[in-house]
Design a protein around this ligand. Structure first.
Ligand code: SAH
Ligand code: SF4
Ligand code: F3S
Length: 456
């Protein structure tokens, strides 16, 4: 008899990928995923600890799951509640203490052990597993995976050894680790076979990738991208997230040489002030970043740039903030994420003095975002009137609409029949918004029907 599985996911793309892998592992035990917790036999919260109130959000969601567990119990059945991901890793014991109805708590590196954990939890033993096992979870995943659709994500690297002073990732995800090339290529081929046209290579520091190649030699990310580009049905390749220090010459050159590598680079800088970068332990200067940007733009002149910024890190002065604002103006971004600094328990930043008052953080974030949003809007506006190839990988909000991404990672909305789902279509851009663009599908037939006609 099939059992029902509910998973809610927070955080980065790695967590989204992990949730899919958990579902794959659980499918081998007969679990089928459902979109709501109602009637679920297993409820998993896959959590993120990167910024404020992470733990509180988990507890309030746990409170919402509890009645579903009780409803099952009233029918004489046992439903399990699990907390996974980075909050589980960081606060496992606290969760078990505070929420007695939680059955399992496990970190991001242990979900290949789910069958055993479920067996224990079903037997009434509460499970906490926040180890960093020696064997990799990737070696124990089922070969069968659910298809991800036209745009698929593939984890190639995980963890981080950089220890930026604001960040929990090295503690929650563990040491940096690259999956072997063969394993990555096999997964890419499976994705292509099940209909993926785009693959996004994921990692907390994806451009630090150094996987073992088939003959024992080390492959870097550029080499891996080139190999994946050889898969005929894969038409688009992306990667994220990268660190400025790990942008090597080969990767920069790949942006010019590999047509399928999309012209978009998400390269977080965090601050435009060398003094703050040093306090953050980012291990590079603003000038190094600008040099990387200039060389990448030379290799691929139309590359769209994106970044992450943190305002109000301890010790950040008004002058430091001005430098961030100036840098943003100088570079010109197509889109960016920006955050108020949030002290994370156990990180060096949390113990630093010269705390920036919340009201000052608010003002700085507001000022920075006004510029970033304007840049994003302007970037989109510049596309109006142009014909842009869009991979239609999502249903739109309304009936008869599809949406997808331009090569430069902009969201594009169109009225289009469902048969165009999963196709890369030329779209004439008619309107631009801050968050995306809309337009009209140019050609009447899909690339695949055109191919068939030509072949006939
Ligand atoms: N590995 C990536 C980013 C990982 S976390 C890198 O090296 O940049 C994603 C983003 O969250 C970071 O780029 C940073 O901007 C933000 N972030 C991380 N910790 C934070 C904190 N304590 N407070 C506010 N923002 C934070
Ligand atoms: Fe966090 Fe820094 Fe590692 Fe990125 S490089 S994951 S910000 S510690
Ligand atoms: Fe969050 Fe963990 Fe990703 S803290 S951002 S889910 S690595």
């Amino acid at each position: 008899m099939s059992k029902k599985l509910y998973i809610k996911t927070w955080g980065c793309q790695m967590n989204v990928y992990d949730s899919q892998k958990m579902a794959d592992v659980l499918a081998t035990l007969g679990y089928q995923q459902i979109p709501e917790p109602d009637g679920a036999d297993l409820m998993v919260l896959n959590t993120c600890h990167i910024r404020e109130k992470a733990t509180e959000k988990v507890f309030s969601d746990l409170g919402r799951l509890r009645p579903h567990k009780e409803a099952k119990a009233a029918e004489g059945q046992k439903a399990l509640i699990a907390v996974a991901g980075c909050v589980a890793q960081a606060e496992g014991d606290v969760i078990l203490q505070r929420a007695k109805y939680v059955d399992m708590v496990f970190g991001p590196q242990t979900y290949h052990l789910l069958p055993e954990m479920i067996l224990n939890a079903t037997g009434g033993v509460r499970v906490v597993n926040t180890d960093f096992p020696v064997e990799s979870k990737f070696d124990h995943l089922p070969g069968e995976a659910q298809a991800q659709g036209p745009s698929a994500m593939l984890s190639v690297q995980e963890g981080c050894d950089k220890f930026c002073t604001f960040c929990v990732v090295p503690y929650t995800r563990g040491a940096e680790f690259s999956r072997p090339v063969r394993q990555v290529l096999d997964e890419a081929l499976r994705m292509a076979d099940s209909g993926a046209k785009e693959i996004t290579l994921l990692g907390q520091n994806v451009n630090a990738y150094h996987g073992e190649g088939p003959n024992g030699e080390t492959w870097d990310l550029a080499k891996l991208i080139a190999k994946i580009a050889d898969i005929p049905s894969i038409q688009r390749i992306r990667y994220m997230t990268s660190h400025p220090k790990d942008m090597n010459d080969g990767l920069i050159a790949a942006h010019g040489a590999i047509e399928k590598l999309m012209p978009f680079l998400h390269l977080p800088l965090q601050s435009g002030s060398d003094r703050v970068l040093e306090l953050m332990n980012r291990k590079h200067k603003v000038a190094d970043y600008l040099d990387v940007i200039a060389r990448t733009r030379k290799a691929r002149p139309d590359i769209a740039l994106s970044s992450d910024f943190i305002v109000g890190f301890p010790g950040e002065t008004e002058d430091d903030h001005r430098q961030t604002v100036e840098l943003v103006r100088e570079v010109g971004y197509s889109s960016c994420y920006s955050f108020k600094y949030s002290p994370r328990p156990g990180t060096p930043g949390a113990a630093m003095g010269s705390i920036v008052p919340e009201a000052v953080k608010d003002t700085r974030l507001h000022e920075l975002q006004a510029i970033l949003f304007q840049q994003q809007h302007d970037y989109n506006k510049a596309c109006v009137g142009k014909i842009v190839p869009v991979l239609l990988d999502r249903k739109g909000e309304k009936e008869g609409q599809l949406q997808g991404k331009s090569p430069w990672m902009q969201s594009v909305y169109v009225s289009a029949p469902e048969r165009l789902f999963g196709e890369i279509m030329d779209i004439t851009i008619e309107r631009a918004f801050q968050n995306g663009m809309s337009g009209t599908v140019l050609q009447q037939e899909t690339p695949s029907t055109a191919e068939k006609r030509e072949a006939a």
